[in-house]
Structure formats: C-alpha cells, structure tokens
Design a protein. Structure first.
Length: 171
C-alpha cells in the first residue's frame, strides 16, 4: 500500500511522513528529494532557471514512478496534487492524507523559510500573506479530495496509523 501525503508547502509532510512510515513499518520517500537527487539541482535553482511548467511535468513523471513502490509513505510537493490529473492519480494509486493548516500558523512557518521556496523567495511579509491566502484557496480544491484529513499543526500520528491499518486490512 502507498500512502500519499498532500498539503501546502511547509505543512510538515516530510516530518509526518517519516513518523508515519516508522509507525507502519513502511518505507518513506519525498518527491522533492527524489527530484533533487535525480536531476542534481535544487528545486529553487531549477525554478529560477527553467520556470514552473517543466518542473511540474518532471514532478509528474516522478509521481507516476511511485506505483513501483510497495508499503511506502510518499511526501508529495505542495503543488503536486494540483497539476494535470495528479490528485486523481494519487487517489487511484494509494491512500491520500491531507495535512490541513490554518493560514496564520502556516504563514509564521513559511516566513522563516521563504527564501528556500521558489514561489515565495522574492515576497515581503505583506505579499507573502496575500499570496498564501490566494494560493491556499486555489489548492484546497485538490487537497480536499484526499481520503483523510489531519490537523497539520498537531497531527495525531497514532490515530492516522490506526485509520490506515484499518483501511489496509478491510481492503
């Protein structure tokens, strides 16, 4: 079984993914990490040089290769579910979990790391808030299609692991 974690950038998909994989005794992969390892370039540098459209196509190719994985938790990029038919693909290929955050606490996290995020690196605090509010509204349509939603700020990993085990056992 594959468990796909979806949610906005900096929502904790990688951190939760590692904990969840440990609880389930699954493997763990991060699509952003795979991209950077496979193409030997940071996502920020790739975005700056080539832009978003080629990145999204390459990201989709990596996503499609995850079907080769068994018993793995997969942290997707924040935009992964929002392009092409990726959210449908995710839901057909495994169980999807949305890490939901309210805007204010997420903004606090994003402000601290914005220089490393291609879509945020040039934004001042006012621009950042406007961008994130609008962006989250657009992306939430896709995220809400997930099979399960957890509160991102204080996720209950044990409850989530139990829900997944139940889903896997009942088929």
């Amino acid at each position: 079984m594959r468990i796909y974690l979806v949610g906005y950038m900096a929502s904790g998909k990688s951190v939760l993914g590692k904990f969840l994989a440990e609880r389930l005794q699954y493997g763990f992969v991060d699509i952003d990490y795979i991209f950077e390892e496979q193409y030997k370039v940071s996502i920020l540098d790739f975005f700056n040089k080539y832009g978003e459209p080629p990145f999204r196509k390459m990201e989709q190719e990596i996503l499609h290769k995850t079907t080769q994985l068994i018993d793995t938790v997969i942290a997707t990029g924040g935009g992964t579910p929002c392009f092409f038919n990726n959210m449908d693909f995710i839901n057909q290929s495994g169980i999807s979990v949305y890490l939901h955050w309210e805007v204010k606490p997420l903004l606090d996290r994003l402000y601290k790391i914005r220089k490393k995020r291609p879509l945020l690196s040039q934004l001042d605090p006012g621009q950042l808030e406007k961008f994130v509010v609008e962006h989250m509204q657009q992306r939430s349509f896709f995220y809400r299609q997930a099979n399960y939603t957890v509160e991102g700020m204080n996720p209950d990993v044990e409850k989530l692991a139990g829900w997944i085990r139940e889903r896997v056992m009942t088929g």
